[in-house]
Structures are given as structure tokens and as C-alpha cells.
Ligand binder design. Structure first.
Ligand code: ATP
Length: 363
């Protein structure tokens, strides 16, 4: 079932077309992330779903109900859309104590007082803020303020949750904790969540589906696995992955039914690739799919180790080979590499091919 549907939604600011016609269907109960660089239109898209921004045309439906139509000028205001929000600033009322911040919307509904009290109790317990109901937001840490915003969502029991970079003000440790908390919240509420971020780690760790956007256009909609391993074009391939994938240019050659890449005198057989017409192609390989060897073997590329960066459980190794910079991710702690001269082995099953001109993935 589709819970949020955008059909041909557009948004112009004066003569600037921020969102060219956009089609997107978000299934019920899924955690869907809009991901892309600054200015790609993700916040505008979320604000259109929220009703905080009026589109310039198209159609928007929420839970099967028309919320906006460019044809009929129908527009349901934000407060009547039955949505829950968490934005970057958490949007807490500074002059209201925690309990009132959590229940304000409920008090404006027709819900009986006892039910409101029960929901407050449940929400406070879930986010572990019991005992803090009498505090003002300024008397809480950033993480606790975040939890008040989460508690408000729990209490409201909305079936659609909208979140715009809710973790960007938190320090790294708290951000990792809150990632799990928001994912749990969304799952426990059975809610459909639309989450906006420019942080690929948030997108990969939290989402059922990722919508990668650039210049107002959707580049790919897919599971985190698909987005990471089967990017539909060069933009997605380069935007996702930290450290970035190694992007090279080579020749696609056919030998009978077997395809291979020929690059700097190295032949890399492609076990997973269908037969293609051949010629110059761009190809990418993720840093963890290159292996550093201490000795030469057939079809390995001689390289020179440049910088070694241990991150704890992994080490990022930068190398130079064939006049190009390579990055390899090794899954152990390495402080320094003993020999500068090494050889790189390519895992042919992990090679992603892209059309040299269009940058579209070659399947
Ligand atoms: P960020 O991550 O920086 O918030 P974003 O992907 O969320 O970026 P949007 O805020 O949706 O991007 O902006 C999309 C485009 O629309 C940008 O080019 C932006 O400059 C433009 N834009 C957004 N709001 C307005 C506005 N009120 N007036 C004019 N242009 C706007």
C-alpha cells in the first residue's frame, strides 16, 4: 500500500525551478530517506509533503487522501494532515515545560485528559525522561531535547513521520545512539517515515528505501544494498561510499562469452557482467574490494603506498598507481605499511560499469 504519493509535483521559486516534475511513491510502514547534496531539493520535497510549502503543480496524496492538487487548487493545511515532525531544531517551545511540549497537540484534540496523561507517561518512559517533566528545554542537553521531540511523536501516534536532519546538532556518539532510537521508534510505531539527510551513513543505516536526489531529480530509489552495490549512475556511485569508490577508465573487451576489463595492462574478468558491445567504459570498484599484495601476481597492478590511516577496526590506505590515486580499505588496524611497493588485485565480481558518455550504469 502506498502511504505518500507524489505525482508530477513541481516547485518554482520565481524563475528558479527547484523541483522539476517529481514522481515518488512511499510504501506504508517503510523508513524512506531522501538523500542528496546541499540544494538538491530534499527539504523542499519534505516541506511539500508536510504542507509547509505549496507546490507549483502536480498531485500529492497522504494515506489515500488528496492533500494537494494543482488542477483543483485543493490544499490541506499542515495541521490537518495528521503528520508528526522532527526538524533540526526539534521545534520545542522554549517557554513550556517538557510535559506540555509533549502533550500540547493532544490537548488541542478531543482526547480525554486521562488518555493524554497515559500517553505522556508511556512516551516519557520510552525515551527515559521520567522525572524531567517539569524542566524547560533550556534545562536539558541537546540529546534530551531530541528525546522530548521523539516523545512528542510517540504520544501523538501519527502514522506518517517527517524528519529533517534531526541528528545534525548532536555529537558523534549521541548521533549513533539516536540513529538506533529513531529507527526503533519508527518500527515500534509501525509508522511511515520520510527522513531527510545529506549524511549517507544515516541513510544506509536507517532506511528501508533510499531516494537519492540531485538537482531536484531522483537519481535512484532502492534499498541500501542496491544503492551501495548497484548504483544506477555515476552520481550515485560517487556520492555513496566513504571512502569513495575508485573510478577508472578502461576498455571493455569480449573473449567469447566472457567479458573483461583491460586497464593499464591488467585484465580483470567480469563474472557477473552480461555481454556488452565493448569499447571505452568507466568502471568503479569500492575500496574494500581491492586487495593489496606484497608480491606481484598475473593481472595485478603495481602501486606505491602513500598514506596509511587506521580508523580502529579498519585502515584506509592511499596509493598511487598508473598515474592515479587509489584508496583501499583494509579490515584490520595497520599503523604503517612495511614495503612501499605493492600490487593491487581487483575483485572482478565487484566491478561496476558505467557508460563513458552518459554515466549510466551498464548492466
Ligand atoms: P540542504 O541540505 O542545504 O538543506 P536541500 O537539498 O534540502 O539542501 P532545498 O532546501 O530543498 O535543498 O532547496 C532546493 C533548491 O531550492 C535550492 O536551489 C534552493 O536554493 C532553492 N530554494 C529553497 N527554498 C527557497 C526559497 N524560499 N526561495 C528561493 N529558493 C529556494
Amino acid at each position: 500500500m502506498i502511504e505518500v504519493s507524489l505525482k508530477g509535483i513541481t516547485k518554482s521559486y520565481g524563475t528558479h525551478l527547484a523541483i522539476p516534475p517529481l514522481d515518488l511513491e512511499i510504501p506504508k510502514g517503510k523508513f524512506v530517506t531522501l538523500l542528496g547534496p546541499s540544494g538538491c531539493g530534499k527539504t523542499t520535497t519534505l516541506r511539500i509533503i508536510a504542507g509547509l510549502e505549496k507546490p507549483s503543480g502536480g498531485e500529492l496524496s497522504l494515506a489515500g487522501r488528496r492533500a494537494y492538487s494543482g488542477d483543483t487548487a485543493e490544499f490541506i493545511p499542515p495541521e490537518k494532515r495528521g503528520l508528526g515532525f522532527i526538524f533540526q531544531s526539534y521545534a520545542l517551545w522554549p517557554n513550556m515545560k517538557v510535559d506540555r511540549n509533549i502533550t500540547l497537540a493532544l490537548q488541542q484534540s478531543k482526547l480525554p485528559k486521562a488518555d493524554i496523561a497515559a500517553r505522556l507517561e508511556e512516551a516519557l518512559t520510552k525515551v527515559q525522561l521520567k522525572g524531567m517533566e517539569e524542566r524547560f528545554p533550556s534545562e536539558l542537553s541537546g540529546g534530551q531535547q531530541q528525546r522530548v521531540a521523539v516523545a512528542r511523536l510517540i504520544a501523538a501516534r501519527n502514522s506518517i513521520l517527517l524528519m529533517d536532519e534531526p541528528l545534525s546538532n548532536l555529537d558523534a556518539v549521541l548521533r549513533t545512539e539516536m540513529r538506533a532510537e529513531l529507527k526503533r521508534l519508527s518500527r515500534d510505531l509501525g509508522a511511515t517515515t520520510v527522513y531527510v539527510t545529506h549524511d549517507q551513513v544515516e541513510a544506509l543505516t536507517m532506511s528501508d528505501l533510499i531516494v537519492v536526489m540531485n538537482g531536484g531529480r531522483i537519481q535512484q530509489v532502492g534499498s541500501p544494498y542496491e544503492i551501495y552495490h548497484q548504483p544506477s549512475n555515476l552520481f550515485v556511485a560517487e556520492f555513496i561510499g566513504d571512502p569513495k569508490l575508485n573510478l577508472l577508465e578502461g576498455d571493455l573487451v569480449q573473449d567469447g562469452k566472457q567479458s573483461a576489463i583491460s586497464y593499464a595492462g591488467v585484465t580483470i574478468p567480469l563474472p557477473n557482467q552480461a555481454v556488452h558491445s565493448g569499447g571505452k567504459v568507466k568502471f568503479g570498484i569500492r575500496p574494500e574490494r581491492l586487495t593489496i599484495l606484497e608480491q606481484s601476481r598475473p593481472n595485478t597492478l603495481m602501486a606505491e603506498v602513500d598514506v596509511v590511516q587506521p580508523t580502529g577496526s579498519q585502515t584506509i590506505v592511499s596509493l598511487n598507481a598508473n598515474g592515479q590515486r587509489f584508496t583501499v580499505l583494509v579490515s584490520r588496524f595497520i599503523e604503517s605499511w612495511p614495503n612501499k611497493r605493492v600490487w593491487l588485485e581487483f575483485d572482478g565480481s565487484a566491478i561496476m560499469l558505467f557508460d563513458n558518455k552518459t554515466g549510466e550504469s551498464i548492466k
